[in-house]
Ligand binder design. Structure first.
Ligand code: GEK
Length: 252
């Protein structure tokens, strides 16, 4: 029997053809299987969290704020918390999906019991576009910017830049699209094969793809880099790429 927390969402949708699938939402059904969903769907997800911990140890300064924008269940916040060596910091974890925020609070509470002395995490239910960011030494957008409307992304990155202290770090992980259609088709194919190896059926893969259409809007690595540099970041580099999934670090 399958465990309750296993992602089988797109097997359970009756007879629906991919064309009839409802747009993907961060609801209760998704939040309940979320760790399994990301682990099986995003190549490099575990590596992104590991690096966030290492980067927190290097970049988080005493008395500063760290932001986890689109925190979901708080995985990146906890990675930062485990990495931070500096004193007197605060992690602010923000998400606008109530189903995520409720579960995130429980997970963080458990982590407090395990490690009571670590950096406090404030969990906020709200839109990251309205977040006030200040005195930050580290900001994480781990697979979140891709869900913002294209027109809002420039403002978001500029606000992050303004909220960061000099020398502060942004980790931006995203699904991307390749400008070369042949390469894009190969990378999508390799990703789908990866999902099949992780026990998703071809039907689940095509239904999920249909559900994410117009919800997750990927851009090219070039567009991300250019936007970061336009906002004022002094350097930006891809540190991880696995098929169409990248993680970029940018330093103010
Ligand atoms: C992780 N970072 O595990 N305001 C706030 N939250 C938002 C907004 C918004 N405007 N738009 C989307 N979200 C996490 C994984 S998941 C990635 C991040 C994925 C939230 C949304 O509710 C969801 O929880 C998260 O961004 C994206 O490291 O599902 O592929």
């Amino acid at each position: 029997m399958r465990e309750m927390s296993e992602d089988r969402i797109y097997t359970a949708r009756g007879e629906g053809e991919p064309g009839e699938i409802e747009p993907f939402r961060f609801n209760d059904e998704v939040a309940a299987v979320f760790p399994d969903m990301l682990r099986r769907s995003i190549p490099g997800y575990a590596a992104s969290l590991e690096a966030i911990g290492s980067l927190a140890a290097r970049y988080v300064r005493s008395g500063s704020n760290c932001y986890d924008l689109g925190c979901s269940l708080g995985a990146a916040s906890l990675a930062m918390r485990q990495g931070i060596r500096a004193e007197g910091c605060r992690i602010v974890a923000i998400d606008n999906a109530p189903a995520m925020v409720g579960r995130c609070r429980n997970i963080v509470r458990e982590e407090y019991l395990r490690d009571p002395k670590g950096t406090p995490v404030d969990i906020v239910e709200g839109d990251i576009l309205d977040a006030e960011l200040s005195n930050a030494s580290m900001v994480v957008l781990n697979y979140t910017l891709q869900f913002l409307p294209l027109a809002e992304r420039e403002t978001m990155i500029r606000r992050i830049f303004e909220g960061l202290n000099d020398g502060g770090l942004l980790v931006l992980s995203e699904k991307v699209v390749d400008p070369d259609p042949a390469m894009e088709s190969l990378l999508v194919d390799l990703h789908h094969e990866h999902k099949r190896r992780n026990d998703y059926s071809a039907l689940e893969i095509s239904r999920k793809r249909a559900a994410l259409e117009n919800v997750l809007i990927p851009e090219t690595v070039h567009e991300h880099r250019d936007r970061l540099l336009r906002a004022g970041f002094s350097s930006a580099a891809v540190w991880l790429r696995y098929f169409n999934f990248v993680s970029i670090i940018a330093i103010r």
